[in-house]
Design a protein around this ligand. Structure first.
Ligand code: DOR
Ligand code: ZN
Ligand code: ZN
Length: 359
C-alpha cells in the first residue's frame, strides 16, 4: 500500500510532568514523543507538582509549555478540594476542567459529592469538563451529566460495566462522551505476568479479558482514543511503591494501525476518534497545513529504548506492529521525519490562545 496521509492526531489525555517531575518527562520530551507518534496536539493533565489548580500554577505550566513544546497543546485546570473561584478565571484559556472523583497519582481528588456539584455549577457551561471516575463513581458522573444537563467527558473507560452504562446513558440522551486508552484495548490482566506487577500498575487497572472484549464489542460507543500517557521511570516502576501509569504517545497509532491491518478497526475509526471527535468535544481549532504520513506496511518491533519519551520503557516491549509514522507536517513545517524531530522547542502553540495575542 502506498504512503497514507492522515490528519494530525489529537491526544486529549497526556501527563507532561512539567513542572515538578521533569525527570519523568517535560514539555520538550513529551511533545517530541507526541510527534513521533503522529500526534500534533496534546491536552495536558493538571496533576503536576504543584497541581494546576490555581491561576498561578496554571500560568507557570503554560510558561514552561511556551518555551519547550514542539507540538500544539492546551493545559487542563484541575478541580482540587481547595479550589475556589480563582481557577475559574482562567477557564477560557484552559483545555477544560479535570475532575478526579477517585484516588490516583497526585493530590487532586474531590471525595465529597458537594465538591463535585460546586465544580460543575461554577465551571462555564459551554467549556469542557473531563472526569476521572471508575465504576460506581462513573455512574455518579453519568447522573451528574443528566441532572445538570451538561456535557461531561469520561476518561479512560476500561470495563464492561462502564461501557454498557455509557451505552444506556447515550441511548437516553445523557450528554456524555468517553475515551478508551490503547492499553485497555490491547492489554488485560492476562498480560501482567509478562509486564511485571510493578510496571503493570495503572489507573484504571488492566481489566479482565472479558472487559477488554467488551470495549471492542462496543466500539460505536467510544468517542475518543486517548493515550493517558503517564510516564514514570523504570527505577520508580520497579521500586518499592510503583506509581501507576504507562507511556503511550509513541505506541498508540502503530497499535491501532496494526488492528486496522487485522481487520479489527478501520482507518476511519482512527480518524474519527483521534481527530474529529476530540476536536468537536474539546472545541479545538483546526491546525492548518497539518498532516501525518504513515507507511501502513512497515513492520517493526516496539522497544522502550528507542522511544523519545524520557521514561525509557513501554508495557508493549517486544511487540511486533505494522504501520509507522514517516513524517509529520505541523502548520506548514516538517516537524518529524524518519525518526527525527525537526521542529525546535517553542514551536508548539497554545490552542487556546489567539495567534495574534502570542508574545
Ligand atoms: O495510571 C495513571 N497514572 N492513572 C492516572 O489517573 C494518573 C496517571 C499519572 O498521572 O501517573
Ligand atoms: Zn485518570
Ligand atoms: Zn491520566
Amino acid at each position: 500500500m502506498p504512503t497514507l496521509r492522515l490528519p494530525g492526531l489529537v491526544d486529549v489525555h497526556v501527563h507532561m510532568r512539567d513542572p515538578g517531575a521533569t525527570h519523568k518527562e517535560d514539555w520538550d520530551t513529551g511533545t517530541a514523543a507526541a510527534l513521533a507518534g503522529g500526534i500534533t496536539a496534546v491536552l495536558a493533565m493538571p496533576n503536576t507538582a504543584p497541581p494546576i489548580a490555581d491561576a498561578e500554577s496554571f500560568d507557570g505550566a503554560l510558561a514552561q509549555a511556551r518555551k519547550k513544546a514542539r507540538c500544539d497543546y492546551a493545559q487542563f485546570l484541575g478541580a482540587g478540594p481547595e479550589t475556589k473561584g480563582a481557577v475559574f478565571h482562567a477557564a477560557e484559556r484552559a483545555a477544560g476542567l479535570k475532575m478526579y472523583l477517585d484516588q490516583t497519582f497526585g493530590p487532586l481528588r474531590l471525595d465529597e459529592m458537594t465538591l463535585w456539584a460546586e465544580a460543575i455549577e461554577q465551571w462555564p457551561r459551554d467549556l469542557p469538563i473531563a472526569i476521572h471516575a471508575e465504576s460506581r463513581t462513573l455512574a455518579a458522573a453519568v447522573l451528574m451529566a443528566h441532572l445538570y444537563d451538561r456535557p461531561l467527558h469520561l476518561c479512560h473507560v476500561s470495563t464492561r460495566e462502564e461501557i454498557l452504562l455509557i451505552r444506556k446513558a447515550k441511548e437516553r440522551g445523557v450528554p456524555v462522551t468517553c475515551e478508551v486508552c490503547p492499553h485497555h484495548l490491547f492489554l488485560s490482566q492476562a498480560d501482567i505476568p509478562r509486564i511485571g506487577e510493578g510496571r503493570a500498575e495503572v489507573r484504571p487497572r488492566l481489566a479482565a479479558p472479558e472487559d477488554q472484549a467488551a470495549l471492542w464489542e462496543n466500539l460505536d460507543i467510544i468517542d475518543v482514543f486517548a493515550t493517558d500517557h503517564a510516564p514514570h521511570t523504570l527505577a520508580e516502576k520497579d521500586g518499592e511503591n510503583p506509581p501507576p501509569g504507562f507511556p503511550g504517545l509513541e505506541t498508540a497509532l502503530p497499535l491501532l494501525l496494526t488492528a486496522v491491518g487485522e481487520g479489527r478497526l478501520t482507518l476511519e475509526d482512527i480518524i474519527s476518534r483521534m481527530h474529529e471527535n476530540p476536536r468537536r468535544i474539546f472545541n479545538l481549532p483546526e491546525q492548518p497545513h497539518t498532516w501525518i504520513e504513515v507507511d501502513p506496511d512497515a513492520e517493526w518491533e516496539i522497544r522502550g529504548e528507542a522511544q523519545l519519551t524520557r521514561c525509557g520503557w513501554t508495557p508493549f516491549e517486544g511487540k511486533n506492529v505494522r504501520g509507522k509514522v514517516k513524517k509529520v507536517v505541523l502548520r506548514g513545517s516538517t516537524a518529524y521525519e524518519n525518526g527525527k524531530v525537526i521542529v525546535r522547542t517553542g514551536y508548539g502553540r497554545n490552542l487556546r490562545e489567539n495567534p495574534s495575542e502570542e508574545p
